[in-house]
Design a protein around this ligand. Structure first.
Ligand SMILES: CC(C)(COP(=O)(O)OP(=O)(O)OC[C@H]1O[C@@H](n2cnc3c(N)ncnc32)[C@H](O)[C@@H]1OP(=O)(O)O)[C@@H](O)C(=O)NCCC(=O)NCCS
Length: 155
């Protein structure tokens, strides 16, 4: 997972230890995809404390060779459909304004779930310190409600 993130700018590369912690403590809310060449996709996330109806998606990475085929959206839908995730009504994430692929992926996800994708300010650029870092507004997708399509394949 650490190597995949290294290969997927503009994602921030976190320490290898962080990815070990995610696998050890947050496996219910993380997912990976593999083929014969190895890991080709991952989503990491968690349920924020005190907000049991929210899945916060932290990082989504898809290997360059696999992009544009719906793998990102498919992994997100798989996570929502897992046993134990029935209470989830919203996906939240932050996406910089310039990340068109990521924004299209989350817009497509909202469409698949027949629900809304709203945007709100969250982390402004100065919060990331003096280096080059875009703002990270919040995207909130949901509620899923009765529209949630469990187990329906992504088209
Ligand atoms: C963002 C990312 C995870 C998307 O993965 P993916 O498997 O290609 O996603 P999907 O195929 O499910 O959806 C991508 C959508 O964006 C569109 N797209 C792809 N590249 C695009 C681009 N450069 N500009 C605009 N749209 C783009 C695709 O056509 C698709 O839209 P559609 O479903 O309407 O056809 C992948 O591009 C990636 O790993 N990028 C680098 C890391 C990153 O930015 N992660 C997200 C951080 S929030």
């Amino acid at each position: 997972m650490h190597r995949l993130v290294c290969d997927c700018p503009p994602l921030d590369v976190n320490s290898l230890y962080v990815y070990l912690l995610l696998c050890e403590h947050f496996s219910q809310t993380c997912i990976v995809s593999e083929d014969d060449h190895g890991l080709n996709g991952m989503v990491t996330g968690y349920v924020p404390p005190g907000r049991p109806d929210v899945l916060f998606v932290w990082q989504v990475a898809v290997a360059a060779r696999m992009r544009g085929q719906g793998l990102g959206r498919c992994m997100l839908l798989e996570l929502c459909d897992r046993t134990g995730m029935e209470a989830i009504q919203y996906i939240e994430t932050t996406v910089s304004p310039g990340n068109r692929a990521s924004r299209s992926m989350f817009a497509g996800l909202a469409q698949s779930l027949n629900t809304e994708c709203a945007e709100h300010p969250l982390f402004d650029a100065p919060l990331f310190g003096p280096g080059e870092h875009d703002a990270e507004p919040l995207l909130r997708i949901g509620p899923f409600g009765a529209h949630r399509q469990r187990g329906v394949p992504v088209d």
